[in-house]
Design a binder for this molecule. Structure first.
Ligand code: PHE
Length: 451
């Protein structure tokens, strides 16, 4: 049977943007900008994207589209009989591993959307609302049920297939995400006292720029574009030969960046207007923001309830489109290599992820006693994947395309056999970045994680 493809350029770009736009854009980027020098950080971040993330994106794209295969199949075609198949295997393992704990957070956002719709944040006492999160995640059944429903939603999209599932879902949700986040940003900057937040985001502050700033920019940009875990390999294997890789890469990078910037204006000004210290991570979206919604409901109950609903809807959708891309990597493998039906492959991946995810979900409650250096299972999964596995995946991708693959094959794919406009001129510099610059930059992030 012929392998499915994305219908066209827009569908492919929106699917890739859906993977890139995720929780990282919402709960980490805004805080990182403020803490690392505002406008200065933004410029460093753009440079990090051009020098590190886009070269890795192109390297993954070249592997995926050249072979039109899943990650293991790609290695079998490009480097038959070599240990590179283990790179393929790693690229399939990582996303499933990440999906297990990412979906737990997805479950939390679903629960918070339900809470927002039931006006919990409107009617309660602000301090109590802040404590709800701790109560919720330490439970047994609540988080497990929402995690399961969340994962079933992801499964639903995947079962629809590449075009009628992933592509259609992305075409619907990515424009919606932008509309939602713009609405919230307009509201946020209009709050009294929000200007301090705007200044925190944009005022260039060189005193906050340290070597750690560079590492933060590189690491965040790399994570945000969903690199190092086979996603770009898998999605590009569904992209038609005539599409221009350069256009696809830049469009993905720009949408991811734009969303992160607008999300910063949606969150930080509101945080400052409430007189709270900004922060990052789950605490920001599940504790600080509900507190703000509740405080605001005293003066504008209707508007703040609506914004709360829109906000958790944004989080949920952003997480869903990323999760879909994570699940597809595994499904593509079972369909291509094990010749399974898409439905059976999807169910198999769902079951594996569900088991690992259930353990992560319970690691805040009944399993919280299991820890390593003070980290529960959820944190161990997160740290191991983000600080270690992804970077290994990214590095192997660069080494493979820069050092192992035949340069002419790389050129042929990057330029769509010479037909992609502008790509011939960019090839030599991109190749140089893939071969030398990006590995060094990624190596710096890797080492910094251990310091
Ligand atoms: N890029 C996503 C984000 O910014 C994160 C992500 C990580 C998505 C891993 C898929 C896989 O949140």
């Amino acid at each position: 049977m012929e392998r499915e493809k994305f219908g066209g350029r827009l569908g492919a770009i929106l699917a890739l943007a859906g993977s890139a736009i995720g929780l990282g854009n919402i709960w980490r980027f805004p805080y990182m900008v403020g803490e690392n020098g505002g406008a200065v950080f933004i410029i460093i971040y753009i440079a990090a994207t051009l020098l590190l993330s886009l070269p890795i994106f192109f390297a993954e794209f070249i592997i995926g589209r050249r072979t039109q295969s899943n990650c293991i199949g790609a290695m079998k075609k490009l480097a038959p009989g070599t240990a590179w198949k283990w790179f393929g295997a790693l690229s399939i393992f990582i996303p499933l591993f990440i999906l297990s704990y990412y979906s737990v957070v997805g479950g939390w956002s679903l629960e918070y959307l339900v809470q927002a719709c039931s006006l919990t944040f409107t009617n309660a006492d602000a301090v109590e609302v802040r404590g709800l999160f701790g109560e919720f995640i330490t439970g047994t059944w609540g988080p497990l049920v929402f995690f399961t429903i969340y994962l079933l939603l992801v499964l639903g999209v995947i079962l629809g297939g590449v075009r009628k599932g992933i592509e259609k879902f992305s075409k619907l949700t990515i424009p919606l995400l932008f509309i939602l986040v713009v609405i919230i940003a307009v509201y946020s900057v209009s709050l009294p006292g929000s200007s301090a937040g705007i200044a925190y985001l944009v005022r260039p502050d060189w005193s906050k720029v340290t070597p750690a700033t560079l590492v933060n920019a590189l690491g965040q940009s790399f994570y945000s574009m969903s690199l190092g875990m086979g996603i770009i390999i898998t999605y590009s294997s569904y992209i038609k030969k005539q599409e221009n890789p350069v256009v696809t890469g830049f469009a993905t990078g720009v949408s991811d960046f734009l969303f992160a910037i607008i999300a910063s204006f949606a969150i930080i000004p509101a945080v400052f207007s409430a007189g709270i210290e900004p922060g990052a991570g789950p605490g920001l979206i599940f504790e600080t923001l509900p507190f703000i919604f509740t405080s605001l409901s005293e003066t504008m109950p209707v508007l703040s309830s609506i914004i709360a609903i829109l906000f958790f809807l944004t989080i949920l959708i952003a997480a869903l489109t990323s999760s879909v891309s994570l699940m597809e990597v595994g499904v593509a493998y079972f369909v291509d290599e094990k010749k399974m039906k898409r439905s059976s492959a999807s169910l198999l991946v769902f079951t594996m992820v569900w088991i690992a995810g259930a353990v992560c979900s319970l690691s805040f409650g009944p399993l919280k006693g299991i820890t390593l250096l003070g980290n529960n299972i959820f944190d161990i999964f997160d740290k191991f994947a983000s600080n270690f596995l992804l970077l290994i995946g990214g590095m192997l991708t660069l080494v493979f395309v820069g050092w192992k693959m035949d340069k002419e094959a790389v050129r042929d794919e990057f330029t769509s056999s010479g037909k992609a406009r502008g790509s011939r001129r960019l090839f030599e510099s991109t190749y140089f970045l893939i071969k030398y610059v990006a590995p060094v930059l990624l190596g710096i992030v890797f080492i910094a994680n251990f310091l």
